[in-house]
Design a protein around this ligand. Structure first.
Ligand code: ADP
Ligand code: MG
Length: 249
């Protein structure tokens, strides 16, 4: 689904990503792990077009996307969540999820939708779809609440509903269980397993190794911007380079 080749990114002369290469197979969960500051969020930003890699290539289903802006990448079917939540606090939960449909749709389509009179029907369809997504994440009861009134764990789930509502080709999840208690973590893990069962392709940035071992088909390890290991979860976990990166040198 996605192929990264020698992706590099610098911030003010300091390398954040150095020659990162790996593939994300269709229908699988690829976990991206590594210590804080390893470059995981930067990589998600480069894939989603929030930021641009300065070298290397990124191909989505063989199509080069490394130079495209975020809205074009979203329209090609890449959805994401943010490590630091990015919800519209004053909008309702439902409207937040609807934004996941509007960014994913062809812009021309949405613009024409907004201009045309008498689109009650289409609007209803979009709302029903957003409600379905909220239902998938156990939140339909709070669809009309302002997003700001939800708990942190619920907000994390709204972000996931917003990412999955458009039935994207690739979903990038940046630390979906960070800061959650055991019950909330188990709940999100269930959602991720279910989305995986439904055939979604995901890149999961996560520190929770139990979750990674549970859901990942492949694990990629970043350390100081470099990919130091990639492969089967059990092999990666016992890789001496990975142990060193995690346990200190
Ligand atoms: P991770 O998500 O693995 O914790 P990040 O991708 O957030 O790591 O950060 C990787 C490196 O890039 C860190 O050294 C971080 O300080 C740096 N960095 C990230 N974003 C910026 C930015 N916008 N400006 C300058 N440095 C940044
Ligand atoms: Mg991060």
């Amino acid at each position: 689904m996605l192929e990264l080749r020698n992706v590099s990114k610098w911030f003010g002369g300091l390398p954040a990503l150095q020659d990162v290469s790996f593939r994300i197979p269709r229908g699988q969960v690829t976990a991206l792990i590594g210590p804080n500051g390893a470059g995981k969020s930067t990589l998600i930003n480069c894939i989603s077009g929030v930021d641009n890699a300065q070298a290397g290539s990124i191909r989505l289903a063989r199509r080069p996307v490394e130079a495209l802006p975020a809205h074009d990448i979203a329209a090609l079917g890449v959805a994401r969540t943010f490590q630091n939540l990015k919800l519209f606090g004053r909008l309702t939960v439902l409207d937040n999820v609807l934004t996941g449909l509007t960014v994913a749709a062809e812009r021309s389509f949405i613009i024409s939708m907004l201009r045309l009179p008498g689109l009650r029907h289409e609007e209803r369809q979009l709302r029903l779809r957003a409600l379905d997504a909220l239902d998938d994440f156990g939140l339909s009861r709070k669809a009309q609440w302002p997003a700001s009134a939800l708990s942190y764990g619920e907000k994390k789930r709204v972000e996931m509903a917003r990412a999955f509502v458009s039935d994207p080709r690739l979903v990038l999840l940046d630390e979906p269980v960070a800061g959650l208690n055991a019950d909330e973590t188990a709940r999100i893990a269930r959602h991720i397993r279910r989305q995986r069962g439904a055939g979604h392709t995901m890149l999961l940035v996560e520190h929770d190794m139990a979750l990674v071992m549970d859901v990942a088909d492949q694990v990629v390890v970043l350390d100081s911007g470099r990919c130091i290991a990639c492969g089967d979860p059990a092999d990666v976990r016992s890789n001496p380079l990975v142990l060193e990166a995690y346990l200190g040198r």
